[in-house]
Design a protein around this ligand. Structure first.
Ligand code: URP
Ligand code: ZN
Ligand code: ZN
Length: 462
């Protein structure tokens, strides 16, 4: 029997803190040795010379097969995790959304029943709290002990029955603080937003899809972020702003961090790379997502935030809808299924744009797409690390490969891409999930159902 199952040889290993050339020996799904290793000592050999070797990407914000906006998001747990693997991502976190009147654990069990047989890479769940009562409060500790230390609360979506009001948010921050959990918030001002949406609905034919952006001015995100930060500050709870889209939000997070508030923020490629001009074209409705894509000055402030630490995580908010699903809008911006594909393109887009064009160091890039999410979400150093003993979740990345993005070439079920025609330099070559090759040159070669549920630890911090 060979000493190693797999050898990744001669690559430039890049972690959040170090860059060095070495071989990686994998045994029983884990990294067993880093150093100089003979090719004969392994059953399988990957030549990584001239390549970067990163810890696998981690996308902590995906919605696979989510019932939403009157339809179901088009990438299910099988295809969505295949797409992730093709794009160099080895771990995703999805959401179990509590139904009003039911327990959080019921939602978790139902979501696991959907995901477990299908997932092709490892995954975990956040629990979305929609119904706060004594039973919910008592469940928090149990859910954290089960391996779900991170909760999500929506400050909008009154019609979906998902909205959490300030009292719920306040109490959830208090309770999770006792047990080392955190609350992620979708921060937008529900009441002002709903009023503005109805105001613009009167002129919907004049504005088309652009009304989506007009009805959600930046201050609606800024106000909600500031409010959530206040509740975190006074309760001592840990807060995570999901899909932050505004420069004003980054300023608020910056100021709160300076005051010592436990707040972290995530942004997504669409808020860094696109601006609201996209809503003006004939296909403008395809780009509708919540919060919506903002202005060039927001892009710039968010890039600065990634450099300087106001923003610590890049994730995607993947919620795929096809052109047919998006067509349900029929000219009314209120009816667009909100969401975009993204998990498959996050790592290569952020490499080209972040490292190539916006001055992120290789180490900061790894921190943002892998190590920080692993740490904040209770998975480090099992995930997000290239260390002896860590899961062998490894991405061999070709920094020279030139790719023009076309939706037809991607694994996602989406029949369009927000980044169609973008020119990339650098692309995933081999994705390894717990020691098995699951994708090669953008094609899935793994096994359906091999992914495992990750029971995560509490007290995630950076
Ligand atoms: O528009 C989006 N982002 N859809 C998914 C649900 C959410 O708000 O994250
Ligand atoms: Zn959201
Ligand atoms: Zn989301």
């Amino acid at each position: 029997m060979s000493e190693f199952d797999l050898l990744v040889k001669g690559g430039q290993i890049v972690t959040a803190t170090e860059t060095f050339v070495a071989d990686i020996g994998v045994k029983d799904e884990k990294i067993a040795k880093i150093g100089k290793i003979d090719a004969e000592s392994a059953d399988m050999f990957i030549d990584a010379e001239g390549r970067h070797v990163f810890p696998g990407g981690i996308d902590v914000h995906v919605h696979l097969q989510l019932p939403f906006s009157g339809t179901i998001s088009a990438d299910d747990f099988e295809n969505g995790t295949k797409a992730a693997a093709c794009g160099g991502v080895t771990t995703v976190l999805d959401f179990a959304i509590q139904t009003k009147g039911s327990s959080i654990m019921d939602a978790v069990k139902a979501r696991r029943a959907e995901a477990d047989p299908k997932v092709c890479i490892d995954y975990g769940l956040h629990a979305a709290i929609t119904d706060w009562n004594d039973r919910t409060q008592a469940e928090i500790k149990k859910v954290i002990e089960y391996g779900i230390p991170t909760f999500k609360m929506f400050m909008i979506y009154r019609n979906e029955g998902w909205m959490a009001d300030d009292g719920m948010l306040f109490q959830a921050l208090e309770e999770t603080a006792k047990h080392g959990g955190h609350i992620g918030v979708h921060a937008e001002s529900a009441f002002v937003l709903d009023m503005l949406i109805e105001r613009y609905a009167k002129e919907k034919d004049k504005w088309g899809a652009y009304a989506h952006t007009l009805s959600r001015p930046c201050f609606t995100e800024e106000e909600a972020i500031i409010r959530a930060i206040k509740w975190a500050e006074v309760t001592g709870g840990q807060l995570y702003i999901v899909h932050m889209s505004t420069g004003e939000g980054a300023d608020a997070v910056h100021a709160a961090k300076e005051r010592g508030v436990k707040v972290y923020a995530e942004t997504c490629p669409q808020y860094l790379l696109l601006d609201d001009e996209v809503f003006k074209g004939k296909n403008g409705h395809l780009y509708a997502t919540c919060p919506q894509i903002k202005k060039p000055h927001d892009n710039e402030r968010l890039w600065k935030g990634l450099q300087e630490g106001d923003v610590e995580v890049i994730a995607t908010d993947t919620c795929t809808f096809t052109t047919e699903q998006k067509a349900a809008w029929n000219g009314d911006f209120r009816k667009i299924p909100f969401g975009l594909p993204g998990v498959e393109t996050m790592v290569p887009l952020m490499y080209t744009e972040g490292v190539g064009n916006h001055g992120l160091s290789l180490n900061r890039f790894v921190a943002l797409v892998s190590t920080n999410p692993a740490k904040l979400f209770g998975m480090y150093p099992k995930k997000g690390a290239i260390q002896v003993g860590s899961d062998a979740d490894i991405l061999v990345f070709d920094p020279e490969r030139k790719v023009t993005l076309h939706w037809e070439d991607l694994q996602t079920n989406c029949d369009w891409s927000p980044f169609e025609g973008w020119q990339l330099t650098g692309y995933p070559e081999v994705t390894i999930s717990r020691g098995k090759v699951v994708a090669k040159d953008g094609k899935f070669v793994g096994e359906v159902g091999r992914g495992k549920f990750i029971a995560r630890k509490s007290h995630g911090r950076l």
